[in-house]
Design a protein around this ligand. Sequence first.
Ligand code: NAD
Length: 308
Amino acid sequence: MADILVTSESGALIIDGKAASAAVLDEVAKGAAELIAAGIRPGLAVVLVGEDPASQVYVKSKGKAAETCGFHSVQHTLPVETPQADLIALVQKLNSDPAIHGILVQLPLPKHIDSQLVLETIAPAKDVDGFHPVNAGLLAIGDRKRALVPCTPAGSLILLQKAMDALGRPIAGCDAVVVGRSNIVGKPMAQLLLAESATVTIAHSRTKDLASVVKRADIVVAAVGIPEMIKGDWIKKGAVVIDVGINRVAGEGLNAKGEPKTRLVGDVDFAGAVKHAAAITPVPGGVGPMTICMLMSNTLTAARRAKG
Ligand code: NAD
């Protein structure tokens, strides 16, 4: 626990996502070794269409993490002009490949491709991103034993649970506010909190007086995509804050190439919020590192289920 939570000057616990992610990866590698000994090597296929630089970085780190865990890892890189039918055919081929237990199609896809159709082509049992309507439905009915849960909310819940355990508080009964209602973060996060018996409010772009909604929360999860929009004085004294946002903003000075420096910030004004929160995730180094380790965890789960 000590390596996952450190105390800040203001007394708030800072939740270390890198340490938590390393611990999850360690567990996944152990689980994979057991499965390999039983004759099944977990297999992850990552499909990238086009050359979006950010997507290339994500795909590379996913492949690296899969290899670290001892998985069979394959990457399919297709040209940006790939017809939708070809991508669908590849997904169908991966669906029927017994060496592959997890399939991830990196988003965003080029504009001529219907992303939802592609995601719905992935067999739900191999949908390690957890975006297929079958998995969204299983999560909504509280069947986590059969669902594959989207990685970022699943990782956020682990960090939240660690903070709550350290504070000696249950999640059950807490007022939780999730800011953002996307299908990949906000909605599944709200479902997970509901399953933990929190009283959940989902706030979004049309919410009136967001400051007062956030102010009543014992748990705040921010997934908006607007740099530091949740202000420090919106945070109730003693609340736990999970900041999912990753926003690149202008930094100070120039980098080695003579270009203006940039830095990453979350959706929460960290410097202000840390004065009020009992525990908070930093950006970078909070929720960010959890996404990839949860992808590995989902792949292991899918492989275990395939083995029965
Ligand atoms: P999205 O754009 O799909 O959804 C944003 C949500 O914020 C929407 O539901 C919208 O209603 C809400 N919103 C917009 N403006 C608002 C306002 N003024 N007040 C209240 N709500 C408002 O974004 P997303 O994919 O859910 O991602 C959210 C953030 O999380 C982004 O910063 C993204 O980079 C980050 N993210 C991080 C990870 C990770 O690995 N840590 C993974 C996915 C997304």
